[in-house]
Design a protein around this ligand. Structure first.
Ligand code: ATR
Length: 273
């Protein structure tokens, strides 16, 4: 079999082994996919051991995406810009190519799976950490009318916007700097992990027919999904589709075969509840 794995810490609850096993069964690719919990200081060493043991590639999740970016011998454009790698492909000569498929994942989920065209839209993106950095370039390449990054620490959002200015009309600030209405509000903060809502100003700010998207997901609606519904969002989505789509892009990079994501997403949603 062709061996792959996801590296993270913690990793026990990762859905990636399930997703890639389903992709393998669907496409007939002989894929064996495990989960490896790496100690903070030992990530690079553990990946090398996996490679030496015959691994063909891996996914990387919190908190190792930046270390994977440092480890890669070559980087895709998106990964180089994001300074984060979520997919490593091992070459026969033992070198590693780093990719970031998170942005492709969210854009496909929004546009293909949910019919939300992004071109010309006003987007509000909440958070300025690694999760947001990883999706900025692909989001901006869809040519939204504007993209505002709001973060608790305003300076981080301003800096991030400056870093990606060449890709489109992007600006940043604090939550208090949010003004106007948005066709799409994306939550990329870690607030959902704590069951919290990002500190959106009162009366903020979903346009008529606007949609909300939480990069996180859980069996029960996240706090942000619940907020979106309460605002009357046309669609209040969570990030399970993004997870499956980023995985499909990784599978394509490794195997050259594109899995059909819809049945896998449906199955995962069912298993979640
Ligand atoms: P990740 O890789 O998941 O993005 P991160 O880089 O630590 O993790 O970034 C976490 C993000 O969530 C940051 O934007 C953080 O805001 P600060 O930059 O001001 O710290 C944001 N965040 C975390 N908890 C939050 C909360 N309870 N409310 C609002 N924002 C929160």
């Amino acid at each position: 079999p062709n061996n792959y794995a996801v590296f993270g810490n913690p990793i026990a609850h990762s859905k990636s082994p399930r997703i890639h096993t389903l992709f393998g069964a669907q496409t007939g690719e002989a894929v064996e996919y495990g989960a490896i919990c790496a100690e903070p200081e030992e990530f690079a060493q553990d990946v090398m051991m996996f490679l030496v043991a015959g691994g063909k590639g891996c996914n990387v999740t919190v908190p190792f995406k930046q270390e994977a970016w440092e480890l890669a011998d070559e980087l895709s454009d998106y990964a180089a810009r994001a300074k984060a790698v979520n997919t490593l492909a091992f070459r026969d000569d033992g070198t590693m190519v780093g990719y970031n498929t998170d942005g492709i994942g969210i854009v496909r989920d929004l546009q293909q799976n949910h019919g939300i065209a992004l071109q010309g839209k006003r987007i509000l993106l909440l958070g300025a950490g690694g999760a947001v950095r990883g999706v900025l370039q692909p989001l901006l390449e869809t040519q939204p009318a504007s993209l505002f990054i709001a973060n608790r620490t305003a300076a981080k959002a301003v800096e991030l916007a400056q870093d990606f200015a060449e890709f489109g009309n992007v600006s940043g600030g604090g939550f208090a700097d949010i003004s106007g209405q948005f066709d799409l509000i994306i939550n990329g903060t870690a607030a959902s992990l704590q069951g919290e809502l990002p500190p959106l100003p009162d009366g903020c700010c979903l346009a008529e027919n606007g949609c909300t998207y939480d990069m996180m997901y859980s069996a029960k609606p996240t706090a942000f999904v619940a907020w979106g519904r309460a605002q009357g969002a046309a669609q209040a989505l969570d990030g399970l589709g993004m997870l499956v789509e980023q995985a499909a892009e990784a599978f394509f990079i490794w195997r050259g075969v594109r899995p059909d994501t819809a049945p896998v997403l449906a199955q995962l949603r069912e298993e979640l509840s």
